[in-house]
Design a protein around this ligand. Structure first.
Ligand SMILES: Cc1cc2nc3c(=O)[nH]c(=O)nc-3n(C[C@H](O)[C@H](O)[C@H](O)COP(=O)(O)O)c2cc1C
Length: 174
């Protein structure tokens, strides 16, 4: 399976974030024929206000989702939930169906992360995204598994590899 267009969304906008390191490990699993784009403008998306007209940054976010064959979300849990910037961006897509039937891999990389992981699965289900247990991964104690911007924990590297492969299989079977 080749030639997919995959969009990565990092739920942490912190410099040197662990989620960024995990995303880099995900990218390693895609062949050079796969075009991987990292969306790096979550912080620029205005607060969702229910308006009918999308601000420019929102229109760009939505069009990148639309164009993608599959999405990878990698995020920490903040205050037992989904980071505000990520939740806000996803709220803009509720009415538009941009995620409908879109294969999504969800990685929560956090100190613990269970609640944020579960909450995000509910949100993605509400958006009608396509995900299942083989395309979701919870990486707890992430700070101990990442060093200098790289994932160093061998079992975690293997789990990320399997998840990436499942995402490609799901995308190829659509
Ligand atoms: C404001 C804040 C709230 C946090 N809340 C949680 C939490 O509820 N659960 C958890 O597992 N980790 C929590 N953490 C710890 C993060 O999981 C940890 O710092 C992680 O490395 C952050 O991800 P990042 O490095 O990708 O930014 C919190 C961290 C911050 C800064």
């Amino acid at each position: 399976m080749q030639g997919f267009n995959i969009l990565g969304i990092n739920g942490s906008i912190r410099a040197n974030s662990s989620s960024h390191a995990v995303m880099q490990e995900v990218i390693k699993n895609f062949s050079t024929n796969t075009k991987f784009t990292l969306f790096e403008h979550l912080a620029d998306i205005p607060s969702f206000d229910g308006s009918d007209t999308d601000p420019e940054q929102v229109a760009d976010f939505k069009s990148q989702i639309k164009r993608a064959d599959a999405i990878v979300i990698c995020t920490p849990e903040y205050a037992f939930g989904v980071p505000g910037a990520l939740k806000n961006a996803l709220d803009w897509t509720v009415g538009s169906g941009d995620f409908m039937n879109k294969p999504v891999a969800l990685i929560t990389a956090s100190s613990h992360g269970e609640k944020g992981h579960e909450a995000l699965q509910h949100i993605l289900t509400a958006l009608a995204a396509k995900l299942d247990t083989s395309t979701t991964l919870l990486i707890s104690f992430v700070r101990a598994k990442v060093k200098e911007g790289c994932v160093t924990d061998a079992p975690t590297i293997e789990l990320i590899k399997r998840l990436s492969q499942h995402l490609l299989n799901t995308t190829g079977n659509l």
